[in-house]
Design a binder for this molecule. Structure first.
Ligand code: NAP
Length: 348
């Protein structure tokens, strides 16, 4: 985990889609000895040949030429020119689909030592647990992004708006059960240090002004606050046949439904994080609904996936939150209904 120009920092992104290519391109600074490589899949040929073309609202248009481009995880794991003591950061920017893919198992060949930090830039909650179980001694950074970006052609990424990324260490699924003599406190401090280091790379080298490091609990609260948008809007938009966010909030019945979904999450959070509430983390349900009125034409990512026949991130956006809340003695019946109706989508 180096940042000085004397010792290189090697970062490997797994998933060269919209989010991965955008943040990878902002982290890559060979002159500061920060080298970013990409694992691609369907867009490998385009990126290996020409790099990634970025059309951004925040930073203009530019081409990102990664340090190395790989067609698969195994190609990266087997590369004799890869950093001898492993990558400093392996950043997962695939869609989070634990019902279909075990991301932790997939990236295992890339984690060659306990020093490699695993970074998860994915939506939903509970995405860290499988990685913590498989890699009990590696630092983990959990990251939430507020961005609108898409891959418009293979290797061409358009960032439409926003850049915000919030990062925080992740030590255990339940901090209240950790004790200072089981190594979890040093794991927590190593994970926090990695979160601060990555935020500093993104902010000072990448120019992302709203890249910020947070405490472990604060980061989890940011994840739960983002669920108010994703958990309410994404499945509802699919279930009502493909309506965009602004269209939904202008419909009085749907607006009441969306507000009630968000209020369930606001109500559950103090039971899951005693002494904490979402009131201090971000906008209230009413403010979210009002600001969504202006977001005309925007479609939630789940709707885009549904329209394209791709699997939906239902488990991390609905299943995990419902199960975590239930473990803490609270039901979220509206979200549970959305989940119950939609959950078989990924298997048909
Ligand atoms: N896009 C946004 O505006 C946005 C905003 C906030 C949060 N997010 C979240 O950020 C995460 C990433 O979203 P995204 O929009 O960037 O998704 P995306 O554009 O679909 O990118 C995911 C990429 O991962 C690749 N991939 C999947 N499995 C792989 C594997 N085993 N090996 C190599 N590559 C693999 C996919 O390759 P293929 O093309 O071959 O499938 C695709 O290029 C999601 O959790 C999403 O909800 C997205």
């Amino acid at each position: 985990m180096a940042s000085s120009s004397s010792k290189p920092t090697h970062i490997l992104y797994v998933g060269a889609g919209a989010v991965g290519c955008f943040y990878a391109s902002r982290c890559h600074h060979p002159s500061a000895n920060i080298h970013v490589s990409l694992i691609c899949r369907s867009n490998y040929n385009a990126i290996a040949q020409s790099g990634v073309r970025l059309e951004t609202r925040a930073f203009g248009n530019y081409t990102f030429h990664p340090h190395a481009v790989y067609p698969s995880i195994s190609a990266a794991a087997d590369d004799p020119n890869a950093p001898a003591d492993g990558w400093d950061y392996v950043v997962v920017t695939t869609k989070a689909l634990p019902d279909i893919t075990d991301d932790a198992q997939q990236i295992a060949p890339l984690i060659k030592s306990d020093k490699t930090c695993i970074v998860l830039i994915q939506n939903g909650v509970g995405v860290e647990e499988a990685h913590r179980a498989r890699f009990p001694r590696n630092p983990i950074v959990s990251a939430v992004t507020v961005i609108s970006a898409e891959q418009i052609r293979p290797g061409v990424i358009r960032q439409n708006r926003w850049t915000r990324i919030s990062l925080g260490g992740y030590s255990t699924p339940d901090k209240s059960k950790s004790s200072s003599d089981d190594g979890s406190s040093s794991l927590a401090s190593r994970s926090d240090a990695c979160a601060r280091h990555l935020a500093q790379i993104m902010k000072h080298h990448g120019g992302i002004r709203d890249a910020e490091a947070h405490s472990e609990t604060d980061l989890q609260l940011i994840r739960w606050h983002k669920l108010c948008i994703n958990g309410a809007m994404n499945p509802s938009s699919v279930l009502c046949g493909g309506r965009g966010n602004a269209d939904m909030v202008r419909d009085p019945e749907l607006r009441a439904h969306l507000r009630a979904c968000m209020e369930e999450i606001f109500h559950a959070v103090p039971k899951i994080f005693p002494g904490r509430s979402l009131d201090t983390v971000g906008a209230s349900p009413d403010r979210i609904l009002t600001s969504t009125e202006r977001n005309v034409g925007a479609k939630p990512s789940m709707l885009l996936d549904w329209e394209a026949g791709r699997p939906l991130e239902l488990e991390v956006i609905l299943g995990n939150p419902i199960r975590i809340a239930r473990r803490h003695g609270v039901e979220m019946p509206r979200l549970q209904t959305l989940f119950a109706i939609k959950r078989r989508q990924n298997y048909v």
